[in-house]
Design a protein around this ligand. Structure first.
Ligand code: XMP
Length: 522
C-alpha cells in the first residue's frame, strides 16, 4: 500500500464493471477525498482492513442481481460497521444481500429521469429538499421491489419506486441513479455528503500534500540511485520529470528523443522548459535523419508505428548507455492505466488495461520503475503540474501521440510533407487559441492527405495537396465527439491555410466521432 493511502482519509470503491466507475473516483478526488477502485472480487477482508477506509461505495455494473451467479459484495463488509453507498447495481446487490427483493422485467430507465424527493437523509441534506423534483441519470433494467429491513425511501421515480433509499442507523444508502455522472446535476454534492458528513472524511487530499508525499516517496525508493526519464514533451512525462527532479535533483537525467516528427517549435520549447527553466539534466537527441530515413517508402500505418517504436527504444538505450546507465527508469503511468478492470460479465476473469504509449519503454531494460503518477487521474496530473510551477503551455496541452506527425501523414512520410503539415497545423492551432477554444477541445490537429486536388488561385490552376482538420471533445480518449466549430471559424482557418501554405489548396473538416472512427487517422 502506498503512502497516500496511509496518511489520508480514504474511501474504497468496489467495482462491479460499470462503464462509469472511474467517475465515482474522480468526483471523490475532486472533493479532496483519496479513494481507490478495486474489483469487487479482489477485496479480501484482510486487504480491506489494511486499507482502512472510512466508507465503501459499491459501483454499478452490467449484470443482473436476479441471476444466480451474478456478483455480490463481500459479505464481511456488512459486519465491519462502515458506511456503505450502493449505486445502481451496487444498490441492488446491497438490497438483495440485506434481505430485500430485486426483480427484472419492469420498465427500464436509461438516460435522464426525474425523481421526486419524498424525505430527507444525510445524503440529501442541504442538497435536495422534500417535495422537490430533481433531475438524475438512470441506467437500469432491474429494480428493488421490497426494501430490506431498516431501510426507508427518500426519493422515487416513475420507473424506480426506490430511487434513493437509506438505513440511517447502519449508515447504508443506495441510489438507483448515477450520482457520479455530470447529467445528475447535484450528484457530486450527494457524494460529498456521503464522504464528508456520513463517513467523516475531511477533504485532506490536496495537491500540495500529495506533492510533499510523492517527493518523500521518490527519495525513499531511489536512495542514492540514478534515474533516467524518457521525456516526450507530453503532460505526463513532463510532470513526472519535474516532480522527480524536485525529489532527487542531479540524480535524474531526462532523454528527449526528437524523431523529427514533432510540431513546429516543440523541441525548442522542451529544451527551454526543462533545461533552462527547471535546470534538469536533459539529453536532446536529434534523431530526425535516422527516423525519416527508416520511414522512407513506408506507407502501412502499423509498419510506421512499429518502425518508430523500435527506433525509439534503440536510440534511448544507446543514449542511456552513453550517460553510464541508470538504476531506475521513470514513467508517467497514470491511475487509469493501473486500475484492474472487471470483465463485462462480472465473472472472475480480470484484466489489466494495457499501456498504450510508444514512450512506454520495455520492462526488460532491467531497470526498476519509478512511476510517481500511478495514483493520479489526468486532471490531477495537471493540477500537480501547476502546483510544481509548470507553465500552462505544457500542463494544459492537448495529448500528442508517440509516433508524432507520422500518423497524421497517410502514405509516405517525408521531410517535405512533415514541414508542410507543421505549417498547416500551426495556423490551425493559432486560430483555435485566438478564438479562446483551446481548453474546450480535447485534441485538435491537421492531417495531410495523400491526394491532390485541383484549385484556382488568381487566374491560375493549382494542383496541390488536400488536408483535413480534426478537433474532438473527450474525457479519456476512449470515446470522442466532433467539436462543433462555427462555419465562420472553419472558413477563416481554411482561407488562411490555402493562402499561406503553398502546396495545400483544399481543406476539409473531419466530422467522424469515435467510435466508429478513431481520433488519429492511422
Ligand atoms: P485513437 O487514434 O486510438 O487515439 O483514437 C486515442 C488517443 O491516443 C493518442 N494516441 C497515442 N498516444 N502513443 C501515444 O502516446 C500512440 O502510439 C498513440 N496513438 C494514439 C491519440 O492522439 C488520442 O489522444
Amino acid at each position: 500500500m502506498d503512502i497516500a493511502a496511509t496518511t489520508h482519509d480514504r474511501i474504497l470503491i468496489l467495482d462491479f464493471g460499470s462503464q462509469v466507475t472511474q467517475l465515482i473516483a474522480r468526483r471523490l478526488r475532486e472533493s479532496g477525498v483519496y479513494c481507490e477502485v478495486w474489483p469487487y472480487n479482489n477485496a479480501a477482508p484482510a486487504r480491506i482492513a489494511a486499507f482502512n477506509p472510512r466508507g465503501i461505495i459499491l459501483s454499478g455494473g452490467p449484470a443482473s442481481v436476479t441471476q444466480g451467479d451474478s456478483p455480490r459484495a463481500p459479505e464481511e463488509i456488512f459486519q465491519i460497521g462502515l458506511p456503505i453507498l450502493g449505486i445502481c447495481y451496487g444498490q441492488q446487490t446491497l438490497a438483495a444481500q440485506l434481505g430485500g427483493v430485486v426483480e427484472s422485467g419492469h420498465a427500464a430507465e436509461f438516460g435522464r429521469a426525474v425523481v421526486e424527493v419524498t424525505a430527507e437523509c444525510a445524503l440529501t441534506h442541504g442538497v435536495w429538499s422534500p417535495g422537490a423534483r430533481e433531475t438524475v441519470w438512470m441506467s437500469h433494467g432491474d429494480r428493488i421491489t421490497v426494501l430490506p429491513p431498516g431501510f426507508r425511501v427518500v426519493a422515487q421515480s416513475e420507473g424506480a419506486p426506490f430511487a434513493l433509499i437509506a438505513n440511517d442507523e447502519r449508515r447504508y444508502y443506495g441510489t438507483m441513479f448515477h450520482p457520479e455522472v455530470v447529467h445528475t446535476p447535484h450528484g457530486a454534492a450527494l457524494l460529498r455528503n456521503f464522504t464528508h458528513d456520513v463517513c467523516g472524511c475531511t477533504g485532506d487530499w490536496t495537491m500540495g500534500a500529495y506533492r510533499a508525499e510523492a517527493v518523500a516517496r521518490i527519495r525513499a525508493q531511489v536512495g542514492g540511485g540514478r534515474v533516467v526519464c524518457g521525456l516526450s514533451g507530453g503532460v505526463d512525462s513532463s510532470v513526472a520529470a519535474v516532480l522527480i527532479h524536485e525529489a532527487i535533483g542531479e540524480q535524474l537525467t531526462c532523454i528527449y528523443v526528437d524523431h523529427g516528427l514533432m510540431r513546429a517549435g516543440e523541441s525548442a520549447q522542451v529544451v527551454a522548459t526543462f533545461r533552462d527553466r527547471f535546470n534538469i539534466k536533459l539529453v536532446h537527441v536529434d534523431a530526425a535523419d535516422m527516423f525519416l530515413g527508416a520511414l522512407a517508402g513506408v506507407t502501412d500505418p502499423e509498419v510506421k508505428r512499429k518502425t518508430i517504436g523500435r527506433l525509439f527504444i534503440e536510440v534511448f538505450e544507446a543514449e542511456q548507455g552513453k550517460i553510464g546507465g541508470a538504476d531506475f527508469l521513470a514513467q508517467g503511468t497514470l491511475y487509469p492505466d493501473v486500475i484492474e478492470s472487471v470483465s463485462a460479465t462480472g465473472g472472475p476473469s480480470v484484466t489489466i488495461k494495457s499501456h498504450h504509449n510508444v514512450g512506454g519503454l520495455p520492462a526488460d531494460m532491467r531497470m526498476k520503475l519509478v512511476e510517481p503518477l500511478r495514483d493520479l487521474f489526468k486532471d490531477e496530473v495537471r493540477a500537480l503540474g501547476f502546483e510544481l510551477g509548470m507553465p500552462q503551455e505544457i500542463v494544459g496541452r492537448h495529448p500528442f501521440p508517440g509516433p508524432g506527425l507520422a500518423i497524421r501523414i497517410p502514405g509516405e512520410v517525408t521531410r517535405e510533407r512533415a514541414d508542410l503539415l507543421r505549417r498547416v497545423d500551426t495556423i490551425y492551432l493559432q486560430e483555435i487559441r485566438a478564438a479562446g477554444l483551446y481548453d474546450a477541445i480535447w485534441q485538435a490537429f491537421a492531417v495531410l492527405l495523400p491526394v491532390r486536388t485541383v484549385g484556382v488561385m488568381g487566374d491560375g490552376r493549382t494542383y496541390e495537396s488536400a488536408c483535413a482538420l480534426r478537433a474532438v471533445t473527450s474525457t479519456d480518449g476512449m470515446t470522442a465527439d466532433v467539436y462543433p466549430f462555427s462555419m465562420e471559424f472553419l472558413t477563416r482557418v481554411a482561407g488562411r491555410i490555402v493562402n499561406e501554405v503553398r502546396g495545400v489548396n483544399r481543406v476539409t473538416y473531419d466530422i467522424t466521432s469515435k467510435p466508429p472512427g478513431t481520433i488519429e487517422w492511422e
